[in-house]
Design a protein around this ligand. Structure first.
Ligand code: 9WN
Length: 419
């Protein structure tokens, strides 16, 4: 394990700010230099949260930069391209410029976890900037309207993801089964990234799914009737619920009615229990209409809901603290339960710990007034970055860093955890 000289809080905060400074392009913060040279949607939301106290000007610019990529349908794309290519799949794969709803800036055709309502609320909480809320609120309301209108593919009140990339947890074992049900594809695409990422065959399927959706004109009807990958994910929907509640609180500042946002949150709350709960939250595969019985960190997403009933909160927290998750690892929170056959401490969303999911669970602990759990999550996460730096993810047992270095959300959320 790499050793770093001991850093105190002030020095760690300065390091975090300088990583974010270096990753700022003038209109966006790239997730990491080299590997991710564009603007990613939920990464930007985490950057907004982390910069809210320290650089509200930059946090505002980050969110506005991302919203330049919003489609007329309300869809907020998972990537806004800031340089011509240099990333696969880049603009030539998505061909957003051929779509009538797409903005002038080039984007992907998929979306990402809708954390932006919560990020706007966070920014408002730390700045009191009502004018900015007024400016951005309609765009986020449109994003939510898009999810409700075009992504409730199961008809039960949840938004479905139509590609593993939309979950933000692309190689999570939750997607193994639905991906295995797709035809075998051999494009031979390779990504310029560490070999530990995806099994090659799955990556070909990722590209195949994206091309099918693109060739169907990114149409909602195609998604509903034909697209072979459609999943209701508890983390995506838990985040959406939290953003709906944030929008309900912000609405009166803009002269809008908060009630529709609160009602949307209520629909998601019911649907999560109705459709994804079976002693615990699991993702539902809409193409088989079955729950995918793999326990990953994604399953804790509904804990973000302050209205989650106490019996469900207790069940989720018991599991989180048990030897299946952080009870057995030295660090919070493995991305997959460690007893699963698919658990792999070295591979991205198949085992390693991530600062963003730790932060989300820490926020959930705060929401439910679980102070000791919140402290454990915050301190454990700070221990990771103190020891290994702002890495993309971390080995949950020994805390060593994995993936790329100088990763923006690891730096941004460290700033928030230090506050
Ligand atoms: C695909 C940028 C993104 C994050 C995701 C993470 C990874 C991309 C990839 O990097 O996904 O979008 O190349 O695998 O899984 O959460 O938003 O940091």
């Amino acid at each position: 394990m790499e050793a770093r000289p001991a850093v105190d809080d002030a020095a760690l905060g300065r390091e975090a700010l300088s990583v974010l400074e270096a990753n700022w392009t003038g209109c966006a913060t790239v997730p990491a230099p080299g590997l991710y040279p564009h603007q990613w949607s939920w990464d930007s939301a985490f950057v907004v949260i982390g910069l809210a106290r320290h650089r509200p000007d930059r946090a505002r610019a980050e969110l506005l930069g991302l919203l330049q990529g919003q489609w007329a349908t309300g869809m907020l794309p998972h990537i806004v391209f800031r340089t011509p290519e240099a990333y696969f799949p880049g603009p030539s794969v998505w061909r957003s410029q051929d779509h009538e709803s797409a903005p002038p800036v080039l984007t992907s055709g998929l979306t990402a976890p809708p954390l932006h309502g919560l990020a706007l609320w966070w920014l408002y909480r730390h700045t009191g900037d009502v004018a900015f809320v007024r400016r951005v609120f309609p765009a986020i309301a449109a994003q939510h309207a898009y999810l409700a209108a075009a992504r409730d593919l199961g008809g039960g009140g949840l938004a479905a993801i139509v590609h593993p990339w939309e979950s933000g947890m692309d190689d999570s074992p939750s997607w193994d089964e639905p991906l295995a049900a797709l035809p075998e594809i051999r494009y031979g695409y390779r990504k310029l990234e560490p070999a530990e990422r995806h099994p090659d065959s799955d990556h070909d399927r990722y590209v195949w799914l994206a091309l099918r959706y693109r060739d169907a004109g990114y149409r909602a009807e195609y998604l509903r009737d034909e697209h072979p990958f459609a999943i209701e994910d508890p983390m995506f929907n838990g985040i959406w619920l939290a953003s709906c509640l944030a929008m309900a609180e912000l609405a009166p500042l803009t002269g809008a009615d908060g009630k529709p946002h609160a009602e949307q949150a209520e629909r998601i709350r019911h649907a999560l229990l109705e459709r994804l709960w079976d002693g615990f939250f699991y993702a539902r595969d809409l193409r088989t209409d079955r729950l995918i019985k793999v326990c990953t960190v994604g399953a804790f997403g509904p804990l973000l809901d302050p209205g989650l009933a106490s019996e469900h909160v207790s069940a989720a927290v018991d599991l989180l603290e048990s030897a299946r998750f952080m009870g057995a690892t030295g660090y919070p929170v493995p991305s997959c339960e460690i007893r699963a056959a698919t658990f792999d401490r070295t591979r991205y969303w198949r085992g390693p710990s991530w600062v963003n999911t730790n932060w989300l669970l820490r926020h959930a602990a705060t929401v439910h007034a679980l102070e000791p759990l919140g402290r454990q999550l915050a301190n454990g996460t700070l221990r990771l970055v103190r020891q290994a730096g702002f890495r993309e993810c971390f080995d949950p047992f020994d805390g060593s860093g994995r993936g790329c270095r100088d990763f923006s959300w690891s730096a941004a959320l460290t700033l928030d955890l230090l506050a």
